[in-house]
Design a protein around this ligand. Structure first.
Ligand SMILES: Cc1cc2nc3c(=O)[nH]c(=O)nc-3n(C[C@H](O)[C@H](O)[C@H](O)COP(=O)(O)O)c2cc1C
Length: 215
């Protein structure tokens, strides 16, 4: 084994950059999220819109992957993907999912849970049309999550669909958006001595209840 394996347990960091209090946080978790995401972008966090998406299969096995946040408002949190992918199949069987942002440079984590629905075809069309051409072709070329015999399949598919669609590939029927409608949010701010700040917001009778969780 490498030295890395030997010393991994010694890697430690003290979190001291900021704090999160009941008084200074927003009563609406969406506003809190908007503020933290704005600060992550301003703070030059790499890929600030990258979020880990957890889904659970019908055999109760969880799985995670990274996707990109492409929209957020009072309706929920949006990303785009292949509906036939593993995550798509799992969401078809169980619409509950969890999202996590880890903004390392700000010592912050946001966790979001809720029920997932597909975006409308119009929304998916509009976002698809805004993507660069190679990404639009890529959506056709990649049977996401399927076993393929080699990389050459992707290259051949991309060439085939480029020739077929030229500059105007339509949105594939198996590709589109999902929206997670949050019923719980958590905001974590690292603090000294592992006494981190955690504020959870949960929906109670249509109103958000903000509570502090032990770290
Ligand atoms: C930074 C980053 C962003 C990604 N964004 C997306 C995305 O928006 N949509 C997507 O389908 N896959 C995205 N991926 C790839 C996924 O992590 C994953 O490999 C893919 O969606 C297949 O996952 P699945 O087999 O669990 O369905 C991204 C990967 C990384 C590292």
């Amino acid at each position: 084994m490498s030295d890395t394996a030997k010393h991994i347990a010694d890697l430690r960091k003290s979190y001291e950059k900021a704090e999160l209090s009941e008084e200074a946080s927003h009563a609406d978790p969406l506003r809190q999220f908007d503020q933290w995401l704005t600060e992550a972008i301003a703070g030059a966090v790499p890929e600030p819109n990258a979020m880990t998406l957890a889904t659970v299969a019908s055999n109760l096995r969880p799985s995670t992957r990274v996707v990109l946040l492409k929209g957020y408002d009072a309706r929920g949190i949006v990303w785009y993907t292949n509906y036939d992918s593993r995550k798509g199949r799992e969401l078809a069987g169980n619409p509950y999912a969890a999202l996590q942002f880890h903004w390392v440079e700000l010592e912050r984590v946001v966790r979001i849970e809720g029920r997932v629905e597909r975006t409308t075809a119009e929304e998916s069309d509009a976002y698809f049309a805004s993507r660069p051409l190679d990404s639009r072709i890529g959506a056709w070329a990649s049977p996401q999550s399927e076993v393929i015999p080699g990389r050459s399949v992707l290259v051949a598919n991309a060439a085939k669909y480029s020739a077929q669609f030229l500059l105007q590939p339509p949105r594939p029927p198996h590709w589109g958006g999902y929206r997670l409608v949050p019923d719980e949010w958590q905001f974590w701010q690292g603090r000294k001595s592992r006494l981190h700040d955690r504020l959870r917001y949960r929906l109670d009778g249509g109103a958000w209840v903000r509570e502090r969780l032990a770290p």
